[in-house]
Every structure is written in C-alpha cells, then in structure tokens.
Design a protein around this ligand. Structure first.
Ligand code: NAD
Length: 735
C-alpha cells in the first residue's frame, strides 16, 4: 500500500502526494503515517531537495481525518499495557509532525531547515488539518465548499496529533476555543480570516504558489513563533488576567454543556491549560497524556463505534437484503397532518416526486405549506436558494384525488391512528398503484402484521416509522410484519438512504423498538414522583447521566394525554400483567387537572404565557409530598437507565432486534439515550454483564419485578460475556 508518494522536480522541490488507496477522500491509517515519515526523512536527507510541498491526490480535498475504525480499536490494539502503548503511539505521531515542523533546522540557531508548505486542494479535517498545522505555511485552494477544522470533539475525542497545542499557540486559547471545543468548521476564506490557514489561492495555481513560497522562504520564515525566543501566547497565558478569564468561562461552559459525562471536552481544556504553562515540546507530551486518558475511557471508543462506524454501516445497507436497487422515484403520502407533511418535505427535498393526499383539499394544501415554511426559513438563514425552494415545492402535488397516486412505487401512510381509517386508505391506494408498489405505514402503536390484513399484497406491506419532527429526527425505524418480504425491506432502506436518514430494521412487536424503551423511562420518572422522590432530583439525575431531557420534561413535550391514551391501550392489551398502575394514578390526575404538557402550557413543569418553561410545577409537591429521605443520585440514575436498557435486552432476546448495532444507534438517534455511553448495549458492556445482572437483582428486590434480569443477560453474566463480544459484527462473521 502506498498512500504517500514523493517526486522531486527540476527546481529541487519534493512533492509529497497523499492519495489513500480505494477511498474518495484521504484518511490516515498507521501504515500511511510511516510512509509520510519515510518521505520526510528522505527529503530532509537529500541534498538535492531544497524544500517540500505536501499535497493531496484527491480533487477538492486534502484529507477527511484519521480512520475512525482505527481510533475506535486503538485501545484494543495497544498491547498488554494499553495506556503505555497508546501514549507511545501518540508520541510517535507527535515526533513525525514535529520533524516536519523543525524540518532539520539546528535546535540552537534555528537555521538550516528546509521550508515545508502544505497545499490543500480543499477540505482538511482532524489530522487533515493537524498535518498542515505542523508545516511552515498552509495554502488552500479557493474552494467555498471546502471545510477546514478540527471536529474531533464531535466524535468524543479531541485533536490529539498536536492540533490542540498548535492551534492554541497560533491563535490564543480564547480564539481557538470554538474550533477546539465546538469543532467549528470554516470555509477556506473564513479559515484564513481566523488565522488557521495562511493563503487562499485559485485552485489551478495552488501547487505553484506553494512551490514559489518554498523556493523563496528564508530561515526566519520557517521558525514557528513558539520556537522563537520570547514567544508569548496570543490573548495571554492562563495566569495572565485576560487568559485567566478565558479558562474560568470555558470550564463553566464545558461543564454546563457536558454535565461531566463527556470526558473529551474536559480533557481538552486541561491539555490547553496545562500545555500553556510549559514549553512547546512538554505541551505536546501533556496533550498526549490527556489524549491517552480519553482513549482509555470506554466512552470514546463506544461513541465512535456507534455514532460513526456503525451508524455509517447501517446507512450503507449493512442489513439490506440482497435484492436489486429499489430507489424510490415517486412516493404517495397519505395524510397531510403533522407527520405526513414532514414526510412529504423530506422526500421532495431529496429529489423524489411526492403526491400528498388528505381527505380535504385544505388539509392537503396545509400539509404542503409546511414545506414552504421550512424552505422560507432556510432562505432567511441563507441555507436555501429561492430556486431550490421552487424546485422542491414543484415536486409536491397536494390533492384529495387518489388517482394521482398512479405511478407511485412507494406509499407512506400517515393518517389517523385508527385501524379502520388505515384499512380504508390502504385499499384505495392499492387500487390505483402498480402491482409492484410497496405500501408502508407510519403507525406508532398498531401491529404491522394486523394492518397488513387490509392489503392485497402483505409481502409488500411494511412499517416505516418516523420520529417527530420528521425533518430534524435522523432515525427511521423499519418494521417487518410477519409476511413482509425482502423487496419491501430493500425499498424502505433505499428510501431512507435517499432522504439521508439512519435506518434500523426490527420485527413487529408492541411499540417496536424505540417507543418500547422510552416509555419505561418516562414511567419510571413518574413512578418516583408518586413515591415522593424530589422531581428536581429525578430530572437532574437523568441529565447528569447524559439524557437530553428528564422523564418529566419528556412527557410534557410529547403530551400527557398521549401518555394516558397509550397507558389505556397497553392496559387493555396486557390485562392483569399490566405493571404501571402507580404511574397511571399520577398521569391520569394530571390529565384530569387539564395539565396536558407543553401544548396546554401546563404540565409537570410550569410555563409562562409565551410557552417558556419556568421550572417544575409547585402543585405537584402539594399532591405528592416530597419524602424526607431521598435516594442517592446513582440509585435514581440506575432506575432510569435500567428501565430502558432491560427493555432493549428483552427486544434482543425476543428477536425484535436482530442486530445490537441497531439497538445502540437507534437508541441514541431515536430518543437520545446517553450518547456518551454508545447506547444501551455498549453501556451494559461497560458495566460488565455480571455487575449488570447483580444490579438487576438488587433493583428488583427494592423496586419490583420490572427490573427482573432477562434470561439472556443472566446467561451472559454467568459466562462473563459482553454484548459486542457475543453479538457484534465480528462475532457474527466468525460464527
Ligand atoms: P395528524 O392528526 O396530525 O394527521 C393525520 C392526517 O390524516 C390529518 O391531516 C387527517 O386529515 C388525515 N386523514 C385522516 N383520515 C384520512 C383519510 N381517510 N384520507 C386521507 N387523509 C386522512 O396525525 P399525525 O401526528 O401526523 O400522525 C399520523 C400517523 O403517524 C399516526 O398513525 C401516528 O400514530 C403516526 N406517528 C405519529 C407520530 C407523532 O409524533 N405525532 C410519530 C410517529 C408516528
């Protein structure tokens, strides 16, 4: 494999070209790092070489970053003493980049080095910017679509190949903080204005500009400010009054945003603060120690695994049946209410022709106007052009006439949650569309297998379950009924790929997967209110363990009457086995009081006239007194998390879930399950199945049978198995 190649031209400039084999964008792996190192060594040792330009063989981009597959497995590959192995590996990366930076110059006089420029045809992310930052001058092609930045924090790590230390020293801690702490990306011109890159030049003059600079650079041009005597950090070092304020604010902001559960942001801040107090090479060492610390934390590899590696695998069709392409050309959306309107928008926005049907023309038109409103908002934010708006709207036909569905290869039904209404529209649509069209329902509670009875072609009937709001929520749950065939699954997956969302494929069971897990979370929160646990403790415990919303806020958002409706239907279906009487008492009382959640401006929380949440509602405490003795934080958190993850395990045990990757990715994207954990199965693996089973037993004894350890978890605990060890993709391939 040769990702880096080098040629020396007649002027004595060595051109090192990065071109990752078999990828459309460069990504760095460990072998490629060695190749880059070898190129630098030979260019520095060759007297015929006057200077070096590092560039990319890919049009429009320099590099997308480090190969995330490698980062997620780095700890496992680091040997018996992984912390030491990781630290040494990171220090080696620093050595290679520092060698570029020092370029053979005399350590005392700073003289005699070879100028090294980076010529970036466009996008440079992560290590794709850290390598340029180690060069003496960064040239970027004037490509407005290019993205420049250090987005590592979004993946649960931080820039650990010198990016943290170099950017801070180049810009100052305050100026660097949005790029480091928020992973802010810029186009080349903005990156230059911010001082991240040095020159933006026309694409066709990129290489010659870099070469010219290299040939004309003087000794002083290639010494980095931090390698010169008297260097002072821009904006002041941490103990300087201005610098001090930066860190006070940043620490508070990081803690406020991460609630202490994401290790990377805090480690990054420590690396910046401690690094700013010492000479550059020591700062790199500190950065390496903190980076090791983050990689040693199971959260970083679990997040990368779920949010990048596995999410991408699912989007690329990891579980797609082997049938021919089923790209959707024309979709019929039945019901132009909240969900139908959103489904029409995301489809038309993806270039698919849409027929949007409702019982009344005004309702259909209203559904279409939802797209218009989103597009207008996009125009006001300069994200959408008026032309684009016209194109998207022109793709949507809003009508009451089922005949317009002729030619649709997919129907997505989103009418009222009523089997009779659904059966009626299914028959009407099937009478018009071709024999090979696939019919999907967006039901959230009705079994797909039952609804398929209304279809003439149950093997072509499937569930495509969107989450609200459709344009924002990235997960789509695809549900196979008993008779659903592979072509319907392929069609649903191809459609989800077209609208650029992430699919999971599950089997038909009450509440499918996501709602099945989230309902017990809400219920556990409400149950604690009844028991006298302080509502603020319940809500804060949830947030401090990484849930985006506490259970009481969540039920306010989704509405308390919907909770009542679901509770009644579940009770009717389960009879004596129904476990949630205590929950219903609180829920039904709230509904009787007319406190229906955000939509009525009153719920577990109080709201002002404008609908702004004011804090927990005091009336709650009058009805359900807060007990003198309060449980500890971890007990509350375990109740809230176990309520969800045990449901996920049961879904796996019952075959509703067929792939734990879908269970983890679906949980984070579907209902925001503590993203730092990588999802329910990753979290159980972090706890270790023996401890998880033991904790189930304790919770069962103290709080009831709903925490009973599932047989599968018990068996795995006995064998000390992990979920990824037993059910992960590697285990599946090996089996
Ligand atoms: P909604 O009440 O906002 O919209 C339903 C629309 O269907 C209305 O515009 C109504 O006029 C139309 N309709 C009713 N009968 C019809 C008929 N015979 N022919 C044509 N149109 C008809 O409801 P919604 O929230 O958009 O939910 C729609 C479906 O999506 C339901 O099955 C619901 O369970 C499911 N769902 C809802 C959510 C959510 O958060 N609201 C999430 C996932 C799934």
């Amino acid at each position: 494999m040769t990702d880096f190649t080098m040629t020396t031209d007649a002027d004595g400039v060595a051109i090192i070209t990065w071109d990752t084999q078999g990828k459309s964008m460069n990504v760095l792996n460990l072998d490629a790092l060695e190749e880059l190192d070898a190129c630098i060594d030979s260019a520095l040792a060759d007297d015929a070489v006057k200077g070096i330009v590092i560039t990319s063989g890919k049009e429009g981009s320099f590099a997308g970053g480090m190969d995330l597959n490698i980062i997620s497995r780095m700890k496992d590959m680091a040997g018996d003493n992984p912390a030491m192995g990781l630290f040494e590996g990171i220090m080696h990366m620093h050595e290679v980049l520092r060698k570029i930076e020092r370029a053979g110059m005399d350590p005392k006089t700073n003289k005699g080095g070879k100028p090294i420029a980076c010529a970036m045809p466009g996008t440079g992310l992560g290590i794709g910017l850290e390598i340029p930052l180690s060069c003496h001058r960064i040239f970027v092609a004037d490509n407005p679509k290019a993205k420049i930045g250090l987005p590592e924090i979004m993946v649960g790590i931080f820039p650990g190949a010198g990016g943290t230390t170099r950017l801070t020293r180049k810009m100052g801690a305050m100026a660097a903080s949005p790029f480091l702490l928020e992973g802010k990306l810029s186009d080349p011109k903005k990156a230059k204005a911010a001082g991240i890159v040095d020159e933006v030049v026309p694409a066709d003059g990129l290489l010659s500009a870099a070469k010219d600079w290299v040939l004309n650079a003087k000794d002083a041009d290639i010494v980095k400010p931090w390698d010169q005597k008297g260097y002072k950090m821009p904006g002041g070092a941490p103990y300087h009054p201005a610098g001090f304020m930066t860190f006070v604010g940043a620490s508070a902001m990081v803690h406020g945003k991460t609630k202490g559960v994401y290790p990377a942001a805090k480690a990054l801040l420590s690396a910046v603060y401690e690094g700013a107090l010492v000479p550059f090479d020591t700062a790199l060492k500190i950065e390496a120690r903190w980076f090791t610390n983050v990689l040693m934390n199971p959260s970083s590899s679990a997040m990368i695994r779920s949010l990048f590696v596995n999410k991408e695998a699912l989007e690329k069709g990891a579980n797609r049946p082997d049938v021919a392409d089923e790209t959707v050309k024309k979709v019929g959306v039945l019901g132009a209410g909240m969900m139908g309107a959103g489904i029409a928008y995301v489809s038309a926005n993806a270039g698919i022709e849409v027929v949007l049907i409702d019982a009344r023309q005004e309702a259909a038109d209203k559904g279409k106007s939802y797209s218009e409103a989103i597009l207008d908002k996009g125009i006001s934010r300069k994200k959408v052009t008026p032309d684009k708006k016209e194109q998207v709207l022109a793709r949507i036909t809003a009508t009451t006439d089922y005949a317009a569905l002729a030619g649709c290869d997919l129907i997505v039904e989103a009418v009222f949650e009523d089997p009779a209404v659904k059966a009626d529209v299914t028959a009407k649509a099937e009478a018009v569309v071709g024999d090979d069209a696939i019919f999907a329902t967006n039901t959230s509670t009705l079994p797909i297998t039952d609804l398929a009875h209304a279809s003439k072609r149950p093997e072509q009937f499937i569930g495509i379950h969107f989450f609200s709001p459709v344009d924002k929520m990235m997960l789509v749950e695809i549900i196979k009924g008993k008779q659903t065939g592979s072509r319907a699954v392929a069609k649903a997956l191809d459609y989800v790929r077209q609208i650029r969302k992430t699919p999971i494929v599950v089997n038909d069971a009450r509440f499918f997967y996501a709602n099945r897990c989230i309902i017990p979370y809400i219920n556990e929160g409400i149950r604690m209110v009844k028991e006298g646990v302080a509502p603020a403790l319940i809500e804060n415990a949830a947030k401090l363990v990484g849930m985006p919303l506490g259970p009481l806020q969540l039920v306010d958002e989704t509405s308390i009457d919907l909770g009542v409706k679901i509770a009644k239907a579940t009770k009717a279906a389960m009879g004596d086995a129904y476990p949630d009487e205590a929950v219903d008492e609180v829920l039904f009382w709230m509904a009787d009081e007319g406190r229906l959640g955000r939509k009525s401006n009153s719920g577990f929380y109080a709201y002002d006239d404008k609908g702004k949440r004011q804090g927990l509602w005091h009336g709650l405490g009058e009805r359900y007194a807060v007990a003198d003795d309060q449980p500890d934080l971890t007990t509350v958190q375990h109740r809230l998390l176990f309520a969800q993850v045990l449901e996920a395990v049961r879904a796996l045990e019952e075959g509703v879930l067929e792939d734990i990757r879908e269970g983890d990715v679906g949980a984070i994207l579907g209902w925001g399950f503590a993203p730092w954990s990588g999802g329910p199965f990753s979290w159980l693996d972090m706890l270790g199945t023996p401890y998880a089973a033991e904790r189930c037993d304790q919770l069962t004894e103290e709080f009831g049978a709903r925490f009973t350890c599932p047989d599968l978890l018990r068996e795995m605990a006995t064998k000390t198995q992990s979920f990824y060890g037993r059910f992960g993709p590697e285990a599946k391939t090996a089996a």
